[in-house]
Design a protein around this ligand. Sequence first.
Ligand code: SAH
Ligand code: F3S
Length: 433
Amino acid sequence: MSKKLFIETLGCGMNVRDSEHIIAELNRKEPYTLTQTIEDADLIIINTCSVREKPVAKLFSEIGIFNKRKKEGAKIGVTGCTASHLGEEIIKRAPSVDFVLGARNVSKITQVVDQKHAVEIAIDYDESSYEFGEYRTNPYRAMVNISIGCDKQCTFCIVPATRGEEISIPSYLIFQEISKAVASGAKEVMLLGQNVNNYGRQFGNNEEKINFTKLLQKISTIDGLERIRFTSPHPLHMDDTFLEEFAHNPKLCKQIHVPLQSGSTAILQAMKRGYTKESFLNRCEKIRRLSPEATISTDIIVGFPGESEQDFEDTMEVVERVGFEQIFSFKYSPRPQTQAQHFKNMISDEITTARLQRLQSRHLEMLVAQMDAQIGSFCQVYFDELKPNRRVAGRCDNGRLVFVEGSEALLGKVLTVKITHATRTALEGVVWE
Ligand code: SAH
Ligand code: F3S
């Protein structure tokens, strides 16, 4: 009988992919089946995020709950970014944890799983050429890492401390992995990295140096691959050649994440983001001009130390001018191992909350108008997920989520849909062909 694995994944797309890698590696050693029930599991893994403080605080109460509910002899492992930055401390605070595996050490899962209190968190570990086993949560949707780590030192961000130096994965491995996913049914790939458009700056071995635009061109030649998405690019590396490729390559989905963080040049400088309000606006204007059908999403941090009313107004102005289709907005959260944790001029929670609310409610107004404007339009939807009540979900080329009534016969197909209803988060429609 195969062992049962319960795995909880928090945080970003890279963590989702790391969980898939963990499952694939465990299965190379011995068969595991996934379970959603703690009580049934032989192995419980919490794949953590540490970008903001809240999920870290939750981790220890969760370990306590899992430890009470788990069956006799079941193991608990903590993996991911919180594992990287807390390391041994996790086992000291919660001795019921059997192993700790950092975000940069996923490939070592089979080594630590049978050891009591193993801790593997080296952030200089190079697994950029490691050939992971194959496992995908959803065969229609392939996520593929193109780099590990991050070389930027944004002053608010813990990621460089948890995921280490940035190393690109050799393009032949990326090509191979996507080709395999396509052969087993995926028409769409999501390329993942903390800083995807910095691809090719540094490899682990002497690989042929190609940049992100060249990588996109190379991947586009894969037969049967119809759609390519990527996240996250950095505004600083959006050169004209890349934006032209984005606009003119028909396999590149017209959806782009351009993380703003702040609209104020002074705050951007304090964050060490490397661009100004004007250069950010210039890139977004260029995207709108070259790719008018594209949707632009962004991340914004509110209440960074020293953020004045005028700084926040600058952020609101950028929001108005770009008209982002999606905004992920966060209150600034001081993180260990970052420069900004030592910055003075912390903004009170009261002010930060008020600013966040203002930003979110303005964006909601913009979003409702944008989504309502889709009613009556047609879009090409790639169906990749069966939902309850005979509903099937998919995404338009520009990333908008669409539901239609149907069966699994729609899965893996790209079909024309007429949009009939809209909510804030999704569109509904009927298949037109
Ligand atoms: N490489 C990615 C960022 C990864 S972290 C990029 O450049 O887009 C994801 C998002 O979390 C960031 O874009 C930022 O908006 C937010 N974030 C990171 N550190 C944070 C902090 N200390 N407080 C609040 N939000 C933070
Ligand atoms: Fe973090 Fe900046 Fe890298 S937000 S992941 S240090 S690009």
